[in-house]
Design a protein around this ligand. Structure first.
Ligand code: NAD
Length: 264
């Protein structure tokens, strides 16, 4: 049983809260007592309906995280309404167009870098400005296994997620002494609308992803959200600048087992 007071009265921003990992995280923060502001590009009917049904403290704002004015407005609205920002889970992202680099288009590259990387520069700039005033704060950014290993046909995605790790480390270094922690969560194959969509584009994507994951399955979004929650919690008070995977063993780089080991 999780502690429903762990994040009591903490003001938490979750981006990408309308779907997948972000939705799971927004709900879980609120179930553990947080005042959650979810943000994403479109509507978030499911999140809002669940929050209402469970009586959770979640409000929702539409924002495009790649747009400077949207991001600044998002953070200033939270501070105006709640007086502070304790935790930010900067998780919104897109996988983008699948193409080898010889066929890749600059407009697609620009969009993916804007949504997955520039967004986090904008978000962390606004968030740290507020957290510096408070003298405390915890930020978690969502990268990807593709940001560590590369990902064929996804140059912009892999580059954006790799860049996000470098960016996160810089912000972690700059503000550690001011009580602000910054960490990165690295999801492996996770079953969300993003990967459901990829399955419609790449045949065998699900089977291949499961095979490449030593645990031989995709994550439930909550399994990734749990790691983000921990990294942002007081239990991780001495943890900053870290890149931590919830990937079912993918980054072990071992050959997947063909046979089950004999149990003696
Ligand atoms: N699902 C996976 O297997 C997987 C693996 C590695 C990393 N990730 C990363 O995890 C994060 C969440 O992915 P997911 O699988 O939950 O995807 P998802 O498609 O279910 O959710 C993505 C969320 O981001 C929001 N979003 C997209 N563009 C936005 C924009 N410009 N402005 C604001 N919000 C925007 C969407 O509205 C949605 O709420 C992403 O950063 C993704 O790259 C996912």
């Amino acid at each position: 049983m999780s502690d429903n007071t762990q994040f009591k009265d903490k003001v938490v921003l979750v981006t990408g809260a309308s779907s997948g990992i972000g939705k799971a995280a927004a709900l879980e923060y609120a179930r553990r007592g947080a005042i959650v502001v979810g943000a994403a590009r479109g509507a978030a009917e499911e999140l809002e309906a669940l929050a209402k049904k469970e009586g959770l403290n979640i409000s929702y704002l539409q924002a495009d995280v790649s747009v400077e004015a949207d991001v600044d407005h998002l953070v200033s609205t939270i501070v105006e309404k709640h007086g502070r920002l304790d935790i930010a889970f900067n998780n919104a992202g897109i996988s983008g167009v699948h193409a080898p680099i010889v066929n890749a288009e600059l407009k697609d590259w620009d969009r993916i870098i804007a949504v997955n990387l520039t967004s986090n520069f904008l978000l962390m700039r606004a968030e740290t400005r507020q957290m510096l005033k408070q003298g405390s704060g915890a930020i978690v950014n969502t990268s990807s296994i593709g940001g560590l290993t590369g990902a064929s046909n996804l140059a912009a995605y892999a580059a954006s997620k790799s860049g996000l790790i470098g960016l996160s480390k810089v912000v972690a270094m700059e503000y550690a002494r001011f009580g602000i922690r910054v960490n990165v969560v690295v999801p492996g194959y996770t079953i969300t609308p993003m990967t459901d969509k990829t399955s419609t584009i790449i045949s065998n994507f699900k089977e291949h992803s499961e095979e490449a994951t030593p645990m031989h399955r995709g994550a439930d979004p909550l399994e990734v959200a749990h790691l983000a929650l921990w990294l942002s919690s007081d239990e991780a008070s001495f943890v900053t600048g870290q890149v931590v995977a919830a990937d079912g063993g993918y980054l072990l780089n071992g050959m997947p087992l063909v046979e089950k080991p004999e149990i003696l």
